[in-house]
Design a protein around this ligand. Sequence first.
Ligand code: F0G
Length: 417
Amino acid sequence: MSHLTLRAEAPGCADSGVWLTCIACGERFPPFAEIRYTCDECDGLLEVRYADLPTWDAFEGTGVWRYAAALPFDTGVTLPEGDTPLHDVPRIEAALGIDRVRVKHEGMNPTGSFKDRGMTVGVRVARQVGVDRLACASTGNTSAALAAYGARAGIETLVLLPRGKVAAGKVAQASLHGARILEVDGNFDTCLDIVQDLARRGEVYLLNSLNPFRLEGQKTIGLEILEQFRDEEGVYPDRIVLPVGNAGNTAALYKCFRELQESGALAPEEVPALTGVQAAGAAPMVEAIEEGNEQTRRWEEVETRATAIRIGNPVNAPKALPGIRETGGTAVAVSEPAIVRAQRDLAESGVGVEPASACSLAGLRKLRERGTVGADEHVVCLTTGHLLKDAEAAVRAGTEPEPVPGTTGGVLEHLAD
Ligand code: F0G
């Protein structure tokens, strides 16, 4: 029996100016009348399109829903999310020899990662179409976010995780928020294959980034960066550097820039260069960019301490590769020691991130050393998840605890050594 019950669209939903378009063949579909994640005609990826695209003055309030004019709804299932800090990092700027580097810390969202921005919209859509079971495959953060937003909406939630490869903090979140956690004997890509099958069979509503509505929420990272940077620095950033796994965020940022350009809110020369970073042990996007390929090759074996982006088959590559190319960006792979170093450098500036997030800074350093990034650039590094997501990795990268006696004298003696 199918676990997905569809009900009629809620009355009063102003969805007439919203539709889905296949990015491969251009076929159009209604947004909420039926559930689909890919094109019926050619299986291409779907994108949300709007009759009206907003300019800057359409935005008011804070957080993700400040940008409601660029989203399919006015409000969502909210905790609330967005409105994350754009940190100054003067020591990092000096060390890299780059004019301006800011760090957009998405780890400061309610469940500690940028996934919350996607879920506030995605779970709102789930409510709209009236499903009774949500699911995702995840390297951890998506499952934590879906568990929290599913709980908030009162909808059953299923998460498929690669057994033994998810940081403890993320499993703890999914667990306490009450999701059913299926630990799959396989990597993330296997989990995603299975959950897509379940969705096709009508067993679950899929909330991976293959779901085009999730990327609408994540688009607000771009809107927020551009507004914050402009208000504080007087210009838009030249480049945004971000870690890449499934390439959903890269696709979302590219869509953000295209819509702003189309509405006239951003001039073509103001579009930041999208710069993706992967761990060398899981770098199919970097391979595709370097070899000039239209598609990524599926890597069966992937390994990195940055478990959040331990992904060999980035499903959003067809949306993200053109984004990197057309904005004049690039993609770069970084080593495991470089990831640890960047995690420490950010921590020394007070910014605590998980290993995958540190990839953005590690990649920026590598591109600066290569001369790809110039000294006069204005760069934003996106850090996607909080340090406490992966406490074990933080302890491995940080200072060693020192055992001391339980007396002041003993502590003083220890410090004097
Ligand atoms: N950084 C972190 C901390 C992540 O959790 C992810 C993805 C990414 C970067 C990459 O983002 O997939 O949009 O390119 N995590 C997913 C998950 C796969 O299941 O939590 P992307």
